[in-house]
Ligand binder design. Structure first.
Ligand SMILES: Cc1cc2nc3c(=O)[nH]c(=O)nc-3n(C[C@H](O)[C@H](O)[C@H](O)COP(=O)(O)OP(=O)(O)OC[C@H]3O[C@@H](n4cnc5c(N)ncnc54)[C@H](O)[C@@H]3O)c2cc1C
Length: 546
């Protein structure tokens, strides 16, 4: 494997005679999906729209009658995971979804170690877990133009069927006593001292707590971020297709991140590829800001169609496209998003808790599922549902904040002039050092869990062995970003030290969480546990290896 060649040159394979629009026309719904994603991207590039009608308001009078629900979760994709953990702890939970609770066909890629939280939390049995895994493959490759491939095992190497997973969770949620209201849209929320009144398309509801799981487009997030431009966006285009069979490893190997072209259109293109139940998924993704002159998704899809044959060594004519995939993932330095008000907490994509480097929101939810489940259970038991207490459930995470600089070093400013291969050279150099340090450094990083020891050693080795790389990155990312980053880096060091200190370590493994209904005598205990969680997760100690 070490000596596996990088993809063949375009000249070595058949020239493509199929255009991007012809491919789109052949896939049912693809043109509409692209237009929808393009509209989201155009809105982000246009910048803040000014004042918007607020969907959240405050009312200082108590609700006329007691809330009928402990928790109302708006949004039934990732929302159902927390719905099930909370209903299993005895809380009265309503799950509200404007459409149907139904997963998409396209797999979510994840690692087994990350997925196993579903068994640890008793949401799925081992057999049920196996049943939702659509594909499993190994190894996966990391490679940048001009550098050697690095192969790792058990990272994003499972394809989980969202369709099967959500169907199972929905059934279990109902069996456990949860209530589902589909085809019901959240329209607004009024916060009272003793609960919230939620306006829906089917009438009002009262609850003690509302979880916003309505994704990046959540009306509450729109209100909270009305005046903000995303600090960065990850644009993704791709397809799932059959016909790659001739290509080596098409059904047994994946690519985690690969690049084989220089900077073009002020973008560095990265690729990802995974064996899938319906063929092989290939994504082209790039990191950029929201400048109005940025490339459109349609242009990115054209680049994808043009480069795919070179990437996979298969002419487009040989492929049968099952579906096309588009994603616009905004990320904000002000993340995770703090609660908008008392009794409201954003979870999933709406919380911005995922790394700006990845578009793995499902993975991010599973990584935090135990922490959020225990924390919400304790907050409900102690009736600590004000904004400040809930803020402790989406705390500052220095290991998330340090990734901003990596994201900057993988993107090009709209007016910036970089050497065409600068990003490839930087990444090849840094990954070579990480690879030399071994899997304990490489694997957590590849799963979006940055840990101080690995980061420190990588920076030290790169600085000593390839100092010119560091000198080139500095003007690229800018002094301001570097200074901010140093603050997060120092915080990461502090969190890592404290998280290991006796008395501070998160010892949930030894002391079980509070049982549902059990009251917490001292609110201090809630805050202490959240502080432990913040240290534990903020320093990457939550990483489970496989
Ligand atoms: C192309 C692509 C590939 C991806 N691949 C991966 C992967 O391999 N691994 C991974 O971990 N992640 C992946 N993701 C990311 C993952 O799909 C998302 O992180 C995840 O879907 C986010 O779930 P969510 O529930 O937070 O938000 P969403 O998926 O946006 O779901 C929000 C839900 O809220 C509902 N809703 C919205 N507004 C309202 C309203 N007003 N009232 C009631 N309900 C409402 C919606 O109908 C929807 O069901 C991928 C995403 C894309 C686009």
């Amino acid at each position: 494997l070490e000596n596996q060649p990088i993809p063949p040159l375009a000249s070595e394979i058949l020239a493509s005679e199929i255009s991007a629009s012809e491919i789109l026309a052949k896939i049912p719904g693809a043109t509409t999906d692209l237009a929808r994603a393009e509209a989201v991207w155009s809105t982000l590039r246009a910048g803040p729209a000014g004042a918007i009608a607020p969907v959240m308001t405050q009312n200082n009078h108590p609700l006329a009658s007691a809330p009928e629900w402990d928790v109302v979760i708006c949004g039934g994709t990732l929302g159902i995971f927390l719905g099930l953990t909370l209903v299993k702890r005895g809380w009265k939970v309503l799950l509200l979804e404007r459409g149907q609770i139904q997963g998409r066909r396209q797999e979510w890629n994840i690692s087994r170690a990350e997925l196993e939280v579903l068994v640890r939390l008793d949401l799925l049995s081992l057999q049920e877990l196996e049943a939702v895994i659509a594909t499993e493959f190994n190894p996966v490759r990391i490679q940048f133009e001009g550098g050697d491939p690095v192969w790792v095992e058990n990272v994003l190497n499972l394809g989980v069927s969202p369709l099967r997973l959500l169907a199972l969770l929905k059934q279990k949620f109902l069996q456990a006593g949860g209530t589902i209201q589909e085809h019901t849209a959240f329209e607004g929320i009024e916060i009272h001292p003793n609960g919230v009144e939620i306006a829906t398309s089917q009438g009002p509801l009262r609850s003690r707590l509302m979880l916003d799981a309505m994704g990046h487009g959540s009306p509450l997030v729109r209100q909270a971020r009305a005046q903000e431009r995303p600090d960065a966006v990850c644009l993704v285009v791709g397809t799932c297709a059959t016909g790659f069979e001739g290509a080596e490893g098409a059904s047994t190997q994946g690519d985690l991140i690969v690049s084989f072209t220089p900077i073009q259109n002020q973008c560095q293109y990265f690729w990802e590829a995974f064996p899938a139940e319906d063929g092989r998924t290939t994504y082209l993704f790039t990191y950029l800001d929201t400048h109005p002159d940025r490339i459109s998704l349609t242009q990115l899809f054209e680049a994808y169609c043009q480069l795919l044959p070179q990437y996979q060594g298969t002419p487009l004519q040989h492929l049968t496209f099952q579906r096309a995939l588009f994603g616009v993932f905004p990320s904000y330095r002000r993340s995770p998003l703090p609660p908008l008000g008392d009794r409201i907490l954003p979870v999933g994509d709406s919380s911005g808790a995922q790394s700006p480097l990845s578009f793995g929101g499902f993975g991010a939810m599973l990584r935090h599922l135990e922490r959020l489940s225990f924390g919400l259970d304790e907050a409900l038991a102690a009736d600590l549902l004000d904004r400040q207490a809930l803020g402790w459930l989406q705390p500052y995470q220095p290991n998330l904040s340090v990734t901003w600089l990596f994201q900057r070093s993988m993107s090009v400013g709209i007016n910036q002039t970089l050497g065409p291969d600068q990003i490839n050279q930087t990444l090849s150099g840094v990954f070579a050092q990480m690879s030399a340090l071994g899997e304990p450094t490489l694997k957590p990083f590849l799963q979006d869990v940055v840990q101080f020891p690995g980061l420190f050693q990588t920076l030290l080795r790169t600085g000593l062995l390839r100092p010119w790389l560091v000198l080139k990155i500095l003007p690229q990312v800018g002094l301001g970003s570097l200074v901010t980053w140093l603050g997060h880096y120092a915080a990461l060091a502090g969190y890592s030290l404290l998280a290991r200190a006796p008395g501070f370590a998160n010892n949930r493994g030894q002391s079980p969480a509070l049982q549902s209904g059990q009251s917490i005598r001292f609110h201090g205990r809630f805050y202490w546990r959240r502080f432990q969680d913040a240290l534990h997760y903020g320093s990457g100690r939550d990483y489970h290896d496989c």
